[in-house]
Design a protein around this ligand. Structure first.
Ligand SMILES: *Cc1c(COP(=O)(O)O)cnc(C)c1O
Length: 341
């Protein structure tokens, strides 16, 4: 199959229209058959539920080419399940997990010419999402929904090498106790925009959000979970009901324990103890792990011993092992790699 004429190495993270996307509609209490379409635009009522009351959820995963030349996705069943969980919390119908995985495969297969070649660092980013589409003016869940999946090629995350990030401890909160922090809902992002624009204006790469109940514990950033490495080489990640359960973070913890023989702790992590860690990283689909070099808490700098030049040694090992599993030169646990073609 001929690839599109795209400069893969210099692609950014932006939307590029691809050939086909998947659409299924929920009406009269059931999902229709669904299928691929060439139409990248959506026509809906001016009063659609999503436009009035933000009833929308999404997922993000990628397809890429392995060293063996196969097009694969990484643990799409976990995205499918997470979307089921997100839907329940926003009173939306679940899109069946097996159909989700099937829809992702259809979209990747139909856009195979946009899947970047192995070694380019670029990937095909896949965006499943669902929203209330019928008119809703009194506050209540919509009756009709649309589930869609589109794909867009994105460039390598670390262009010109890895650069550790500088974070600031945010004065804004991301998620309320018993709120929606644990689901992938557009509303969590809408309300985080002011905080990230403020952080960027102040010269920081990302926000470190604290738990909003006590503001003493580390939660996550706007779109990635934390992992920390202790000086005696344990992997620590915050445990909280208001953190989005990152598939990358869960995979890294498994790799730490079962591939690298490291001790793993999922527990409360206090801001107070961050100064004692040896390494810190942010986990998410986009970068796998981005190293953190410095965290600024209202003028007080916490400098991680791993520094501002490169990843710390243990985070580097975690990164190399998980990306090795993804690219196919390290054997994957059963079911992690889904071959599309
Ligand atoms: C999507 C997301 C993550 C990362 O999850 P992955 O499954 O690893 O991509 C982390 N935090 C938030 C708030 C997210 O929305």
């Amino acid at each position: 199959m001929d690839k599109k004429n795209i400069d893969w190495e210099n692609l950014g993270f932006g939307y590029i229209t691809t050939d086909k996307r998947y659409v299924s509609n929920f009406k009269d209490g059931k999902w229709d058959e669904g299928g691929l379409t060439e139409d990248a635009n959506i026509t809906m009522s001016e009063c659609a539920g999503v436009l009035q009351y933000a009833q929308t959820i999404f997922e993000g995963l990628k397809a890429y080419t392995t060293e063996g030349g196969r097009i694969v996705t990484f643990r799409p069943d976990l995205n499918a399940q997470r979307m089921v969980d997100s839907a329940k919390r926003l009173e939306m119908p679940s899109f069946p997990a097996d159909r989700f995985v099937e829809a992702v495969e259809q979209v990747v297969r139909a856009n195979a010419a946009y899947v970047p070649p192995c070694g380019s660092g670029a990937t095909l980013y896949i965006r499943p999402y669902m929203f209330g589409i019928n008119p809703v003016i009194g506050v209540k869940p919509a009756d009709e929904y649309q589930f869609r999946v589109f794909a867009t090629p994105v460039g390598p995350y670390f262009k010109g090498g890895v650069k550790p990030l500088t974070l600031c401890v945010s004065d804004f909160d991301r998620a309320a106790p018993r709120g929606t922090g644990h689901i992938k809902a557009g509303l969590n992002y809408a309300m985080s925009l002011h905080a990230i624009v403020t952080a960027h204006a102040n010269g920081f790469d990302e926000n470190m959000y604290l738990d909003s109940a006590t503001r003493t514990k580390v939660e996550e950033t706007g779109g990635a979970n934390f992992i920390f490495i202790t000086k005696d080489n344990k992997v620590v990640t915050p445990h909280s009901d208001t953190i989005l359960p990152s598939i990358t973070r869960r995979s890294l913890l498994y790799v730490a324990e079962h591939y690298l023989g490291l001790e793993v702790e999922e527990r409360d992590v206090y801001l107070e103890e961050v100064k004692d860690f040896a390494e810190c990283g942010l986990c998410g689909t986009a970068a796998v792990i981005s190293p953190v070099g410095k965290i600024v808490d209202h003028g007080k700098e916490i400098c991680l011993p791993s520094g501002m030049e490169k990843m710390g040694p243990t985070i580097q090992k975690l990164y190399d092992t998980l990306t090795g599993i993804q690219m196919g030169h390290i054997e994957a646990p059963e079911g992690w790699i889904r071959v599309i073609e």
